[in-house]
Design a protein around this ligand. Structure first.
Ligand SMILES: Nc1ncnc2c1ncn2[C@@H]1O[C@H](COP(=O)(O)OP(=O)(O)O)[C@@H](O)[C@H]1O
Ligand SMILES: N[C@@H](CCC(=O)OP(=O)(O)O)C(=O)O
Length: 370
């Protein structure tokens, strides 16, 4: 089946709309465009797909009510605008979807919710339950509490991670451009790209700046497509109906990797940052990087940071270079006593529950050339 056909048949689709598709230049909600988009999503739902909608626009929709003429650059005002705008946006979605008898549920996520395994599972359960109850989840970043350090900032990567969380079959990114171009389409000479099959297809493509209210421009969209591991279509809101129907519109990013198996690895590599470090001896670096093995306590020579079991941690060699990332099976404070010991010794001395890896190979991604 071609990827377009897969989208046509998709049972679960994540659709993301950018700020520019949902709000007016005056910083208010664009009710007509929202209704038009809701028409499309309700119709696709009617045709048998579950839809998870990732909506930007909270900050942009808060500008008008606060008398701001442009997107603020300081975090506190962005948060205030998001607080005002998110409420207005969601109220609009609620009444617009009510025209079709569709109940919507608001899900506001932070980067942490994606990164820590316990939070990740929690968000996953909530979304699964909403879908099971026939509710259409509308997701945004929780801008009012997110700080600069932990912020996604753009919703493109968030949408890719939501696609992982919900095990979606396709991701549709709706922007104010109808496709990816070889350069910013506001500049003359930019050519449309219909398919991206490998990173080489992006050689020489300029992924420049964003529009007036959006963030990230094409860089975050391309990154999202890479993380998603499923077919991703990038187009504009006017082409939304055709995009979710699998018609040939916009740019189709073909997934490169062995899909499902790879999504956890993609998530680890792109959605997380190490919450600490584990230092490996050369044998362990070789085992993890080149032989695809789990990390055993015997190969660990040091631990840094204050992470909890389940957190992503960076693995580095004696020279400090990060070679892999994985989900730790132990709290940082437990590791010094296990370091350099064989699992057999640990089981005998400390009990059977210590006969486990520091990081299992299934929860480990190599970040360096082998
Ligand atoms: N190579 C490119 N192809 C398409 N658009 C581009 C490219 N480089 C820069 N852009 C700009 O990116 C903008 C969309 O990004 P952004 O404003 O972040 O969108 P959104 O709010 O929909 O997430 C477009 O308006 C376009 O001008
Ligand atoms: N969470 C933010 C999204 C920020 C943003 O501008 O995203 P996008 O328009 O998708 O580039 C908001 O709702 O304003």
């Amino acid at each position: 089946m071609t990827e377009r056909a897969e989208i046509a048949k998709a049972r679960r689709i994540v659709v993301k709309a950018g700020s520019s598709s949902l709000t007016t230049p005056q910083g208010t909600i664009d009710a007509a465009r929202i209704d038009a988009l809701v028409d499309v999503l309700a119709a696709r739902r009617d045709a048998g797909a579950e839809i998870v909608f990732v909506s930007s626009g909270a900050i942009a929709a808060g500008l008008g009510p606060l008398g701001l003429t442009r997107r603020p650059s300081d975090l506190a005002t962005q948060q205030a605008a998001a607080s005002v705008g998110q409420g207005a946006l969601f109220a609009r979605y609620t009444s617009s979807f009510a025209r079709y008898g569709v109940t919507v549920g608001q899900v506001l996520l932070t980067a942490d919710d994606m990164m820590r395994r316990s939070h990740h599972r929690n968000a996953q359960r909530t979304l699964a339950q909403l879908l099971a109850l026939g509710v259409l989840p509308i997701v945004n970043e929780n801008d009012t509490v997110a700080t600069d350090e932990i912020r996604f900032g753009d919703n493109d990567r968030l949408a890719a991670l939501v696609a992982h969380l919900t095990r979606a079959d396709a991701l549709v990114l709706l922007s104010d451009v109808d496709a990816l171009y070889t350069g910013d389409p506001r500049q003359p000479g930019a050519r449309r790209i219909t398919d991206v099959r490998s990173p080489a297809d992006l050689d020489g493509v300029e992924l420049g700046g964003s529009g007036r209210v959006g963030t990230g421009g094409m860089v975050t969209k391309v990154e999202a497509a890479r993380i998603a591991g499923i077919p991703v279509v990038l187009t504009n809101a006017a082409s939304a109906a055709r995009a979710v129907a699998g018609d040939r519109v916009g740019t189709l990013f073909h997934p490169v990797d062995d899909r499902r198996r790879a999504t956890r690895h993609l998530w680890l590599a792109h959605a997380t940052t190490g919450q600490g470090r584990i230092v490996l001896d050369p044998g362990a670096v070789d085992a993890v990087v080149r032989r695809g093995k789990s990390l055993l306590p015997a190969g660990v020579t040091g631990v840094e940071g204050d992470f909890a079991a389940g957190d992503p941690v960076d693995l580095c060699g004696a020279d400090g270079r990060v070679v892999a990332r994985g989900l730790a099976n132990y709290d940082a404070s437990e590791i010094p006593e296990l370091m350099g010991r064989s699992t057999r010794w640990l089981a005998r001395e400390l009990g059977a529950e210590y006969e486990r890896e520091i990081i299992h190979r299934d929860h480990l991604v190599v970040l360096t050339d082998r």
